[in-house]
Design a protein. Sequence first.
Length: 136
Amino acid sequence: MNTETLRTYCLSLPHVSEDIKWGHDLCFLIAGKMFTVASLDSDNHCVAFKCAPETFAELVEVEGIIPAPYMARNHWVMLERFDALRDAEIRNHVKQSYEMVLAKLPKKVREGLSAAPAKKKAAAPAKKKAAKARLR
């Protein structure tokens, strides 16, 4: 895995946006809340994400994974290099981070997110009708 494949994966998750913070960190957010941070200047680290307390304790024992500076108290870990975990494991941890952050969002925000795709789906039949009308 590398930063670009991580970016592609994160942006494939529903309602995710990205932002560059602190000048060199690519942050992935759901409703404005970070769930993964990737370094664009990989001198110090490559990716950080939130995890459950038990997972945090297990991951920091792995070579190449450290408690994330400033965020370890919130159970964030930092991979110093992408090969510290297999690609599938990184995707799994990123997805879990996404789900944990999503679950902590206020109910009203979560409901707003879940309503957003329904509006897009409702518009699709109208587009199909318009396309059929053009064919006639």
